[in-house]
Design a protein around this ligand. Structure first.
Ligand SMILES: CC(=O)N[C@H]1[C@@H](OP(=O)(O)OP(=O)(O)OC[C@H]2O[C@@H](n3ccc(=O)[nH]c3=O)[C@H](O)[C@@H]2O)O[C@H](CO)[C@@H](O)[C@@H]1O[C@H](C)C(=O)N[C@@H](C)C(=O)N[C@@H](CCC(=O)O)C(=O)O
Ligand SMILES: Nc1ncnc2c1ncn2[C@@H]1O[C@H](COP(=O)(O)OP(=O)(O)OP(=O)(O)O)[C@@H](O)[C@H]1O
Length: 443
């Protein structure tokens, strides 16, 4: 098998859609074709007025999903073999590949600035409104955030379908618990990617939310939805660290910059009446956990622990591995808002009374370093949550809370530890008018 790290070019070979299946084909130089498949269940016949929009959505999906394969070799040349890109599309892709692979570049000590340049030559005709039905597709990831969105949409009477990509039984159980109709889209990566990985290709984090977004855009056009409503919070826009003068954000494709640029691109290239937005954008992680605490029906099914969502390799026997930054953060962020017995029942243990977890909680609070490369809140949110617990009788004697009060709190500015300011609903969002009222009511 040729080594992708020796390749001169990464090629976007072709993409096709027929009978509910999209096929996305790539190659390094003249090497084997790498074909990814996405299956949309019981997809209806494409309406004639949506054909052009669907073709643009398929092209976008091909370009975005290519990042999984491109990263294996990161060659300096990118070739688009079907119709050329216009300048706006190339800009969107340059930004996504450079920022979405920021953590990957940092971990592998690579500088991709000279590598990532999507060629462009064409122009495009602005997309028309397609008369898409006023209803929402809600991506569900198995964690707390999308379940908060589901409940807010339900209370507002918004017609919605819960959609998920992949075959996680945990997500399927969450969707079943929502009581909404569900749409499960299957995704099969090209098997050669795993062979490349085994043989030592470059590997690391990719902006998977961008891929899920592009898949859901296809779904919105196929099944007829005018809104794709993600659950990405304000905290997701904060960088993890700086590298080569650039902000590196593990959650870049969950951030506001990407949301805005993709939303604008979709209105101009796919459908003028398609909304791509996030209901939780004006909320911090702590504001989200406070809302999650209001509803207990998901306690026995949800998990934010990403180890559950591996395609290959072991998944935890419990829904919460109890060892990773997501488990640490969600435990800490829920603790101020949940009765302690309910939180301990969800996790099956008390992570804050376990001294072996000390380094994990210190990292969240950014003691001696940056926050972990994971989907966790800002350092100040973790510090404020820990401070709140240190003031409560039921928590303050637990080992890590007591240690915080004894050793770390004296080094902090008490004025920056209040929970209340972090719970404010504020900042920009891209919601259409019928959904904006939902977050306005939370202000
Ligand atoms: C579940 C997980 O965290 N996977 C990351 C992990 O992958 P690992 O090798 O342990 O196992 P698999 O998930 O089975 O993946 C096998 C290989 O497949 C490749 N791959 C997979 C999915 C995909 O969409 N593209 C791919 O290229 C990759 O080479 C895998 O090694 O470690 C990998 C290397 O660091 C990560 O790339 C895997 O991350 C998944 C793509 C993933 O779904 N991660 C999400 C849980 C995640 O990171 N979400 C972020 C969202 C950030 C964003 O901007 O979108 C978050 O929650 O913050
Ligand atoms: N497999 C998936 N299919 C569809 N959408 C997904 C999938 N995984 C994640 N998402 C969506 O991507 C966004 C980011 O995922 P993220 O993991 O932050 O959210 P979550 O799973 O709802 O909550 P948590 O932060 O507790 O894990 C959310 O809107 C989530 O619903």
């Amino acid at each position: 098998m040729p080594d992708p790290r020796q390749a001169a070019a990464f090629r976007f070979v072709r993409a096709a859609y027929a009978d509910g299946e999209a096929q996305l084909v790539y190659a390094f130089d003249g090497g084997p074709e790498l074909a990814e498949r996405i299956v949309f269940p019981a997809a209806p016949e494409v309406l004639p007025e949506r054909r052009a929009g669907l073709a643009a959505a398929l092209k976008l999906l091909h370009l975005i999903a290519g990042i999984s394969y491109y990263k294996a070799g990161v060659p300096r040349r990118i070739e688009i073999e079907e119709s050329p890109l216009d300048a706006a599309t190339a800009r969107l892709l340059d930004a996504l590949y450079l920022n979405g692979l920021g953590e990957f570049a940092y971990q592998n000590k690579l500088d991709l600035r000279e590598h990532i340049h999507f060629p462009h030559a064409g122009s495009h005709v602005p997309a028309a409104s397609l008369g898409l039905p006023a209803r929402s597709l809600v991506p569900v990831g198995g964690g707390k955030d999308s379940l908060v969105t589901v409940e807010l949409l339900r209370q507002a009477g918004e017609p919605a379908t819960a959609a998920w990509v992949g075959n996680s039984p945990l997500i399927a159980a969450c969707v079943a618990t929502t009581g909404l109709s569900g749409l499960n889209i299957q995704r099969q990566l090209a098997p050669q990617l795993f062979e490349y990985n085994k043989a030592g290709a470059w590997n690391g984090h990719i902006p998977v939310t961008a891929i899920n977004s592009a898949i859901l855009v296809m779904a919105a056009l196929l099944y007829g939805y005018d809104s794709i409503v993600f659950s990405n919070e304000r905290s997701a826009s904060s960088a993890t660290l700086e590298y080569q003068g650039q902000a590196v954000n593990h959650q870049w494709s969950k951030g506001w910059e990407f949301e805005q640029s993709l939303a604008a691109w979709l209105r101009s290239h796919v459908a003028a009446d398609l909304n791509y937005c996030s209901l939780l954008r004006p909320l911090s992680e702590l504001a989200v956990t406070r809302l999650f605490a209001r509803e207990s029906r998901y306690d026995g099914v949800f998990s934010s622990c990403n180890r559950n969502f591996r395609i290959l390799g072991p998944r935890p026997a419990d829904r919460w591995c109890g060892q990773c930054p997501k488990c640490h953060f969600v435990f800490l962020a829920l603790a101020p808002f949940l009765p302690k017995p309910r939180l301990l029942a969800i996790f099956g243990r008390n992570l804050l009374d376990d001294e072996t977890q000390q380094a994990g909680f210190d990292a969240l609070m950014e003691f001696n370093g940056h926050k972990p490369f994971e989907c966790v809140g800002e350092g100040r949110e973790s510090r404020a949550a820990m401070y709140a617990l240190s003031q409560r009788a039921e928590w303050r004697e637990d080992a890590l809370v007591a240690r915080f009060a004894r050793l770390l709190l004296p080094q902090l500015d008490a004025a920056e530890l209040a929970l209340e300011p972090l719970l404010q609903v504020e900042g920009p969002h891209g919601l259409p008018p019928r959904l904006a009222g939902i977050v306005d009511a939370l202000r």
